[in-house]
Design a binder for this molecule. Structure first.
Ligand SMILES: *[C@@H]1O[C@H](CO)[C@@H](O)[C@H](O)[C@H]1NC(C)=O
Ligand SMILES: *[C@@H]1O[C@H](CO)[C@@H](O)[C@H](O)[C@H]1NC(C)=O
Ligand SMILES: *[C@@H]1O[C@H](CO)[C@@H](O)[C@H](O)[C@H]1NC(C)=O
Ligand SMILES: *[C@@H]1O[C@H](CO)[C@@H](O)[C@H](O)[C@H]1NC(C)=O
Length: 827
């Protein structure tokens, strides 16, 4: 009696300890390892469609115990109703018919435990078999469907296993380190097309010709989250000619990767490489019938949760229909998307992360390669420079607060399906890519490529963690300057945030002193402001004008308080972190900054990469945002772009201004408009409102940027030009620029012309574009009245309503007053 009380107490204490120390245990034990899944999915027919919303699954999992006394097998499942569970021994003889009632299931961890009568023999193949019913939902998880109505109901069934949804399709060991081979069989009604990871080797027909089963080749060894299949009515969509650009990019990207990694795709994986478009249906009506139905995934979703291997593109990425989807922005997207998805073959399928806390080893590299591989043949988009202003500078903003996270989280912090899903975010992808870019520049591209090649070879079909990558980088790292690489790698992957380097100069201008400090918008927000980093220092000065080289001067060792640089002669200016190559900001003391401003006003500064201009502009706005300097100083510095004609510094400047203009009072607004007119006058004169045929893409992007800002902030010249071009012998502007141009025209007295275009237009997308442009009108009274009279069609209404005050910052007050006056009628 006494003994059992004590035992109970001990049990209670240890349970309590487990619960508080670790929370729920989401991870599977590695004592039982699967090697092969034989999976059959039978799609059931439904009331509205031959493809219903349930399926019957069967899976036979070959597995082995690698230690003695294994009395249970634990694996994952989610929303599957199991009807049968059997265990077969090595000879295929039934060993145990497991009663369904004896299966243990934990809803929170999604772990299913199968109790065994006899322990598993060690290192002998046994087979665990399940029969079950599963569900085809509408959320993009597990097996899901999309449908839409024309004369009849159309449906497509897709999978999303990544990261934790294979368990919604079959019971499985649903962690990336449990790699196995898969043999897939799909039973379904006849009349559909089906694709999966591997080639379809045979389709057998049953029940006359109404039902068939597709049999696929066995896959290479891979993680559960990579399995996919699609059942659809795909017909030849008839725009083969529109996919030429896509194929070209796909073909060449594949060849480039094959050469670069020296493990060709075909050998690496299998013979199948498919690109598919996934459907998007507005209100379950199949829109845009003649163009295409397939539009479901937007780019961001696609980057974050792309279905693996069948690569799902929206139509604007895959098919470039002349005059509709063949514009530059779409083609740029294609360039990036193709290389991003192809890179997943090497960084994901071949070499797989061992756990989700290392996700940056996949998404960091795929994001890195989407900007740095296509560049050869998508060179007009200058993706490697766009990376700096669009990815690196944006992630530096997200990495400067208490919410920022290290790239590599401790495994224990990424456990539940929710935590795993949260890992898929732009922050990890962009920061990972930025850090990889930094390493590449430091070790130089040949050494970097060598490291990546050997890393990919060593871990082909295996799992990795960051130290595996680091070992290969270290092997090829240049010996000079000296650095403790382990610390350097850890500083930027295991610590959150990043430093700023503070730059001072001596009175004689011959000695530069550097300090470091973590950059935070608010050092009091709970972040650890004391973190220090190993910082690669690069610079150029007027004495040694090799500003396009990122040769390293030294590493700022985190244990040293300063780095000093001495010069034989006084220097005029110094610029650090060339090409924003490394992951930090630079804070120049005032005297240096004013010298840099003078230098930037000189055309000779064009020999600097555009990124170096953009970087200083971006840094200054962020120092002002953090309250470290006055916005007045930033705007004063920005007077230099009177001579700035390049796109990227402007892109950074407008991004910074966006944060500022949101806070301008009606009294301040005219001052800002005047300032803007002043600093942009020369750049705008060079660009003008009129677009030119066959001009460079970046010039086109630049015009779009300037015109959208200048016409919005009441630059009379901008507005007059827009009206003049439109009223004259006007040609439809190219698609990338059309909305900006129409919006500019809408602000002028020619706005009725945009209405006429709208009424005359039949294409849905073009109508939506025109409706957004109409929202830029300054005639808000008429607009609101039309709104009242329901003359503005429903679909565009909300967009336009938002547009009218967003696009007319100087009219916000009267617009709101009018709305308030009419609020009853409006409501
Ligand atoms: C997989 O299952 C199918 C259907 O039950 C069967 O025909 C096939 O032989 C199995 N494959 C292997 C390798 O056991
Ligand atoms: C166990 O099964 C796997 C997959 O079917 C196979 O590759 C392996 O050779 C088998 N092992 C033994 C000892 O039979
Ligand atoms: C160095 O520059 C910082 C930033 O402008 C400034 O706050 C500091 O006083 C300077 N230190 C010296 C010694 O000039
Ligand atoms: C409207 O469309 C017709 C036929 O396509 C065309 O002739 C006419 O010029 C268009 N009107 C406007 C204002 O675009």
């Amino acid at each position: 009696m006494k003994g059992s009380v004590v035992l109970l107490l001990v049990a209670a204490i240890s349970l309590g300890l487990i619960a508080t120390a670790e929370g729920s245990d989401f991870r599977l034990s590695r004592s039982v390892l699967p090697s092969f899944y034989n999976l059959t999915i039978n799609i059931q027919s439904g009331r509205w469609s031959k493809l219903g919303s349930t399926f019957i699954g069967e899976v036979a999992i070959t597995l082995q115990a690698n230690q003695k006394d294994i009395y249970e097998i634990t694996l994952h499942k989610d929303s599957l109703d199991i009807s049968s569970c059997l265990i077969y021994n090595y000879d295929g003889l039934l060993q145990q018919n497991v009663s369904i009632a004896s299966l243990k299931y934990d809803r929170e961890t999604q772990k299913l435990t199968v109790p065994l009568l006899d322990p598993l023999p060690v290192n002998v193949n046994y087979t665990l078999y399940f029969q079950y019913k599963g569900y085809i939902g509408y959320n993009e998880t597990g097996l899901f469907s999309r449908g839409c109505m024309t004369d009849q109901f159309h449906k497509v069934i897709l999978t999303q296993m990544d990261p934790v949804y294979a368990r919604r399709v079959f019971p499985c060991f649903d962690e990336p380190a449990f790699k196995a081979k898969f043999e897939l069989h799909i039973g379904r009604p006849s009349g559909y097309k089906i694709i999966s990871n591997t080639l379809l080797f045979k389709t057998t027909y049953e029940k006359g010709n109404d039902w068939c089963v597709d049999h696929f080749d066995v896959t290479p060894i891979m993680s559960t989250y990579l399995l996919y299949f699609v059942i659809s009515e795909y017909r030849d969509p008839g725009y083969t000619s529109d996919t030429a650009f896509f194929y070209d990019v796909g073909d060449r990207t594949l060849l480039t990767f094959n050469d670069l990694f020296e493990v060709p795709y075909k050998e690496l994986w299998n013979e199948v490489l498919r690109f598919a478009m996934a459907p998007w249906f507005k209100n379950t009506v199949c829109v845009n019938r003649n163009l295409t139905l397939f539009r479901y995934y937007s780019f961001i979703q696609f980057i974050m949760t792309s279905i693996n291997f069948a690569i799902f593109f929206s139509d604007r990425m895959l098919a470039h229909k002349p005059g509709h989807t063949d514009n530059h922005r779409n083609k740029e997207l294609t360039c990036r998307a193709v290389s991003h998805e192809l890179a997943k073959t090497w960084f994901g399928k071949s070499v797989t992360i061992s756990w989700w806390s290392h996700l940056w080893l996949s998404v960091g590299f795929t994001t890195y390669y989407d900007s740095f591989i296509t560049n050869k043949f998508c060179s007009m988009y200058n993706l490697n420079t766009q990376f700096v202003v669009n990815n690196l500078q944006r992630v530096l903003e997200n990495d400067a607060a208490v919410t920022s996270l290290p790239l590599t989280s401790p495994e224990i912090e990424i456990q539940s399906p929710h935590e795993i899903n949260e890992q898929y975010n732009a922050f990890i992808a962009d920061k990972g890519a930025s850090i990889i870019r930094m390493w590449r520049n430091l070790m130089d591209v040949d050494n970097f490529n060598k490291s990546i090649k050997s890393y990919l070879k060593e871990f082909h079909l295996k799992n990795v963690e960051p130290s595996d990558l680091f070992a290969h980088l270290k092997r090829n790292w240049p010996a000079q300057p000296e650095v403790d690489l382990d610390t350097f790698f850890a500083d930027f992957t295991e610590q959150p945030g990043y430093p700023m380097v503070i730059v001072n100069i001596s009175d004689d201008n011959q000695r530069v002193v550097l300090h470091q400090k973590r950059f935070l918008y608010d050092p009091e927000d709970g972040s650890d402001a004391t973190l220090r980093y190993t910082i690669p220092i690069t610079f150029c000065t007027n004495l040694d004008f090799k500003c396009d080289e990122t040769t390293l001067y030294t590493y700022f060792n985190k244990n040293r308080s300063t780095v000093e640089i001495f010069f034989d002669k006084p220097i005029e200016w110094i610029i650090l972190n060339l090409d924003q190559s490394n992951y930090y900001r630079v804070f120049y003391d005032k005297p240096i900054l004013s010298k840099i401003k003078i230098f930037f006003s000189n055309f000779i500064s064009y020999r600097l990469p555009q990124t170096s201009h953009a970087q200083i502009v971006d840094d200054l706005f962020n120092f002002a945002h953090a309250g470290m300097i006055d916005y007045a100083d930033v705007f004063e510095f920005l007077e230099y772009p009177k001579r700035e004609f390049q796109y990227f510094p402007w892109k950074a400047a407008y991004h910074g201004m966006e944060r500022v203009v949101r806070r301008l009072t009606p009294q301040q607004l005219p001052h800002f408009e005047k300032y803007l007119r002043n600093i942009t006058s020369r750049a705008f004169k060079a660009l003008s409102v009129k677009s030119r045929k066959s001009e460079e893409v970046l010039q086109l992007y630049h015009r779009e940027l300037q015109v959208s800002w200048l016409c919005k902030y009441q630059n009379a010249n901008c507005n007059d030009q827009a009206k003049f071009i439109f009223d004259g012998n006007f040609e439809k502007p190219i698609q990338d620029y059309r909305e900006t141009f129409y919006c500019a025209v809408s602000r002028t007295s020619s706005h009725a012309g945009i209405w006429r275009l709208y009424h005359n237009e039949t294409d849905e997308d073009e109508k939506a574009l025109l409706m957004r442009a109409i929202g830029c009108t300054r005639d808000y009274r008429t607009f609101l009245q039309l709104e009242l009279l329901h003359l503005i069609p429903n679909s565009g209404q909300l967009i336009t309503f938002k547009q009218i005050y967003k696009q007319n910052p100087d009219l916000v007050t009267p617009i709101l007053e009018t709305i308030i006056e009419d609020i009853e009628e409006l409501s």
